[in-house]
Design a protein around this ligand. Sequence first.
Ligand code: GLN
Length: 190
Amino acid sequence: MRVGVLALQGAFIEHQKILRQLGIETRQVRLPEHLDDIDALIIPGGESTTIRKLAKTYDLIEPLREFAEHKPVWGTCAGMIALAKDIGGEEPIVGAMNITVNRNAFGRQIDSFEADLMFEVLGDVPFHAIFIRAPIVTAIAGDVVVLSRLSDGRIVAVREGHLLATAFHPELTNDTRLHQYFLDIIAGQG
Ligand code: GLN
């Protein structure tokens, strides 16, 4: 199994480190042809406007859309924004998931925070999540399943079949369970 990490901007190295820890071969994706020999893709956190701009420059938008139609893709933070079909009036980036997101939902005062999240799919031990200028999922449609919420009920992790999106940065903690969960999705066992 080989997992690509979109390496235009943002926290792609950290995702690669965790994947390698789990014994998975990784590939940095910067050009359309880099998508050819990978089984799945992670779109990291960073700045979604920059990711959009660079993806356009490298002619990656359409190849990413085609890839996400049938191969597993996980978007974290800015990557969640990239995957959303509705980002509030702006043109979607990849636009593969039936979610509406509000960018920078937490405003300036609390632009970064940490929270312990419960995930049914991860069992009884909470996942310590780091949020950095994070988006929030404000609406879901289609076959989207909510995987986790903040204690006030706001949605921060969702899955739609082979597509996964988390509002926080799982690559910045030592907890590898969400990466393992994504690998299980790729293997058809998640
Ligand atoms: N606020 C950023 C954006 O709009 C996302 C932040 C992040 O990925 N940590 O793209």
